[in-house]
Design a protein around this ligand. Structure first.
Ligand code: URA
Length: 302
C-alpha cells in the first residue's frame, strides 16, 4: 500500500509539471484516480486522500473513492468505472467548481452505461450556478429537455422558474439537475413523439447516481429541494412515501461521496404534479417557504 502511494505521488508530480494550470485540478485528479485504482483493485480502504499543490494555488486534498457503486447498481457499471475526482470543496472557487462540473458533464455526454444512453437525443447533465447555495433536483429529462440538452425547460420547467422567482431567486443563481441524465422513454423507438416520458427505473437511477453525487459534492450547496417522489426517494429514503418525507428537512447522505459540509434536503411536489393538481401548490409553497426562512430569502413584492 505504501509503495503504491509513493509511486502514485511520483507519477502525480511528473504529471502535474506537464499540465497547464487550468486543467490541473480535474485532469490531475483523474490521472491519480486512474493510476491508483488500476493498481489497487482489491485494496480494502475505500478512499485515498492525495495532497497536491497546483502552481500559484492553495494546497488541495483530493479524496479518491475506490469502492464500487451501490450494491444494487447493474453489474457492468459497478466495477470497471474509474471513479472521478472529488476535491474538498470549501477552498474551491466558482471557476474551479465549473471546471469540475464540465468534466462530469463530459462524462455524462460520453456515457452509454445503460440503454438510455443509446436512445437519448441529448444527455442533460444539469445547469446553473456552480457555487449555488440551493439545488433543485428533478426526476429525469422529458421531451423538451431531451431535444435541447437542458433541464426543466418544458411546461414543468416554466412552473419551476416561477417557483424559484417566488423565492426571490433567479434561475441562474441556483443549480438544476435530475436524478437521471437521459430521457427515460416509454417507447425508445419514437424519441420524436411527445407524451413518451416515464420515470427512471431503479437500475437507471443506480447507474446515474455517481454523476449526480459528484455534481452535488462539487457544488456543495447548503440546501437541496427534491422535486417529486422519484428524486425524494432516491435521495432521502426509498422506503417512505413523498407524503411522509415532505414538510421537514433531512440531512443528505450520499452513497458514493463523503460530504465535507452537511447539506439539508427537503422534499416537495414535482412541478408536473402541481400542473395536474393545482390544489397541491399551497403545500409546495409551504415547503419552499421553509427553505426561504433558513436562507433568509424574501418573496419579492409584486
Ligand atoms: N421533469 C423532470 O423531472 N426534469 C426535467 O428536466 C424536466 C421535467
Amino acid at each position: 500500500m505504501k509503495d503504491d502511494v509513493r509511486k502514485l505521488a511520483a507519477d502525480f508530480k511528473q504529471f502535474l509539471s506537464s499540465r497547464e494550470e487550468d486543467e490541473l485540478i480535474p485532469a490531475a485528479c483523474s490521472q491519480a484516480a486512474a493510476s491508483f485504482v488500476s493498481k489497487n483493485q482489491k485494496q480494502e480502504d475505500n478512499h485515498l486522500t492525495v495532497a497536491f499543490v497546483p502552481p500559484g494555488k492553495h494546497p488541495a486534498h483530493v479524496k479518491i473513492p475506490v469502492q464500487p457503486l451501490r450494491a444494487d447498481a447493474t453489474p457492468n457499471t459497478a466495477v470497471q468505472d474509474i471513479p472521478s475526482p472529488q476535491p474538498e470543496t470549501e477552498d474551491m472557487n466558482a471557476k474551479e467548481k465549473q471546471i469540475l462540473l464540465d468534466q462530469i458533464a463530459q462524462e455524462i455526454h460520453n456515457c452509454h452505461r445503460c440503454p438510455l444512453g443509446n436512445t437519448r437525443l441529448h444527455a442533460v447533465p444539469g445547469e446553473g450556478n456552480p457555487a449555488a447555495k440551493l439545488m433543485f433536483i428533478g426526476e429525469g429529462p422529458g421531451f423538451d429537455e431531451d431535444h435541447q440538452g437542458r433541464p426543466f425547460i418544458g411546461r414543468a420547467g416554466q412552473l419551476l422558474d416561477k417557483m424559484i422567482a417566488a423565492m426571490g431567486l433567479k434561475r441562474e443563481q441556483v443549480f438544476i439537475a435530475n436524478i437521471a441524465k437521459c430521457h427515460p422513454m416509454i417507447n425508445p423507438e419514437t424519441p420524436e413523439s411527445r407524451g413518451n416520458d416515464r420515470a427512471p427505473n431503479a437500475g437507471e437511477i443506480a447507474v446515474c447516481r455517481k454523476f449526480l453525487e459528484q455534481q452535488i459534492a462539487a457544488i456543495s450547496p447548503k440546501y437541496i429541494v427534491a422535486l417529486g417522489g422519484v428524486a425524494s426517494k432516491a435521495l432521502i429514503s426509498d422506503t417512505d412515501s413523498l407524503g411522509a418525507l415532505r414538510g421537514k428537512f433531512h440531512i443528505l447522505h450520499l452513497d458514493t461521496v463523503e460530504l465535507k459540509t452537511p447539506i439539508k434536503i427537503i422534499a416537495t411536489f414535482h412541478p408536473a404534479a402541481l400542473l395536474r393538481n393545482p390544489n397541491w401548490k399551497k403545500d409546495a409553497w409551504a415547503d419552499l417557504q421553509m427553505v426561504m426562512k433558513e436562507m433568509g430569502l424574501k418573496r419579492p413584492q409584486a
